[in-house]
Design a protein around this ligand. Structure first.
Ligand code: AMP
Ligand code: MG
Length: 403
């Protein structure tokens, strides 16, 4: 079987993925970071009244012309407690920030520009112009105005705006439900007794965190032994559970990929099995069962994490309605690199930023795909394209962010 270029595998998995049509209604407090499913329009006008922007005196601007004359203080307007009457010539009302401007007033004299002569008289020391320090009704938005468009990721500001517009809850795109199954007779859960030929299933936890960071909801299927019947039961359960994606880990390398592949075939999954031209993470399965997507990741920890970073994360982001983001950024090599072979190499590396703002990418010493200690120490994957020539320190490079 020939090697499939990384870009082609990415295209086949990602391009046909659209945001889920499913939506849910969430209270504002739970909606941060979610994708808005419908336009949000204002159910009210903000502010609903002409409001004072300062502490001071509501006046008729004409009454503040020099020579300054004392004004009669006839009442008070505070936030939440409007002055009921209206003011006439030579009159003023003590007012505070956010309070409704009384009828008859057309400006606010700030208190720093007012000299209080007695309990009920005050004299301006500056002239104000009409409209000064007044927030007119609707200056922020009017009833019916578009506040946040459908497809937006709900930011702290967007949530506050929706709240101000009178919405206690918002319709958002549902989180993709991603079932994750580890396969292997040798696997036990962290904390369980580990037998002489066993290891701890670690990938599930890394992949689950990656799925959640991409906007997905994880359905943890735990571990299945290398047994077709049991793997099949998990697949059926994921279908019954309306998972949007079913992810398998392991059982995909030469020799036993037929096991997971056979189960998929037995359920009618239209499955592609590819050897992707990349290192680590060569074997990759992708397909569909009805509406459910299938992604088969390799078992080796670094392989499964790299394959999930490149393919599963972007897929989940798409389904979640999040905008695509560039997979790679540019930097410079901090060390020499040898020529690369025919597979794209994703080298576990440390990214640092120097005083000049250069992104320096330093490959970590050991690259075996079973080494989680190295994977966890990396914060980027240095990308070495197929057939890249040797490169010196300081040469431009591209890298994939890991966190
Ligand atoms: P496989 O693809 O099943 O042949 O697995 C390749 C390697 O990855 C083997 O050494 C497995 O023990 C290991 N492996 C498989 N699944 C996991 C997992 N969930 N966590 C950690 N290692 C795994
Ligand atoms: Mg296995």
């Amino acid at each position: 079987m020939s090697l499939l270029p990384v870009e082609e595998a990415f295209r086949r998995i990602i391009v046909s993925a659209n945001p889920l049509a499913r939506r849910e209604r969430l209270p504002l407090r739970l909606a941060a970071g979610r994708i808005l499913a419908e336009d949000v329009r204002a159910t009210r006008t903000q502010p609903g009244f002409d409001a004072s922007a300062m502490d001071g005196y509501a006046v008729r601007a004409a009454d503040t012309a020099a020579p300054f004359q004392p004004l009669r203080v006839i009442g008070e307007s505070a936030a939440g407690r409007a002055f009921g009457g209206s003011i006439g010539p030579g009159e003023t009302v003590r007012i505070f920030t956010g309070a409704p401007v009384p009828e008859g007033a057309d400006a606010i004299l700030i208190q720093e520009d007012a000299e209080r002569l007695s309990d009920d008289t005050v004299r301006p020391t500056e002239t104000v112009r009409q409209g000064q320090h007044i927030r007119p009704a609707g200056v922020d938005f009017s009833e019916g105005a578009l506040l946040v468009p459908a497809g937006s990721r709900l930011s702290p500001g967007g949530l506050a705006l929706a709240a101000s517009g009178g919405h206690p809850a918002l319709p958002v795109v549902a989180r993709p439900r991603v079932a994750i199954l580890s396969t292997g007779d040798e696997l036990v859960l962290p904390g369980e007794a580990v037998g002489p030929s066993q290891i701890v299933a670690s990938n599930t936890f890394g992949i689950a965190a990656l799925v959640e960071a991409a906007g997905g909801e994880v359905l943890d299927c735990g571990i299945a032994p290398d047994d077709e019947v049991q793997i099949g039961e998990h697949l059926d359960a994921a279908v019954a559970d309306t998972a949007d994606v079913f992810v398998t880990i392991g059982g995909a390398s030469v020799g036993d990929h037929d096991l997971v592949g056979k189960v998929f075939a037995s359920r009618g999954v239209a499955l592609d099995f590819w050897k992707v031209a990349m290192r680590p993470g060569k074997p990759l399965m992708a397909g569909r069962l009805g509406e459910m997507r299938i992604v088969g990741l390799p078992g080796n920890p670094a392989s499964s994490m790299v394959a999930a970073t490149l393919f599963l994360g972007p897929l989940v982001r798409r389904l979640a309605g999040l905008p695509d983001r560039p997979l790679m950024r540019s930097g410079v090599l901090a060390a020499a690199m040898p020529a690369n072979g025919l597979r794209a190499d994703f080298v576990r590396s440390r990214l640092t930023v120097d005083e000049d703002g250069r992104h320096l990418v330093e490959p970590l010493p050991r690259q075996d795909s079973s080494l989680l200690s190295i994977y966890a120490a990396a914060n980027v994957l240095l990308y070495r394209p197929p057939h890249a020539g040797p490169a010196d320190p300081g040469a431009p490079c591209r890298f994939v962010d890991l966190d």
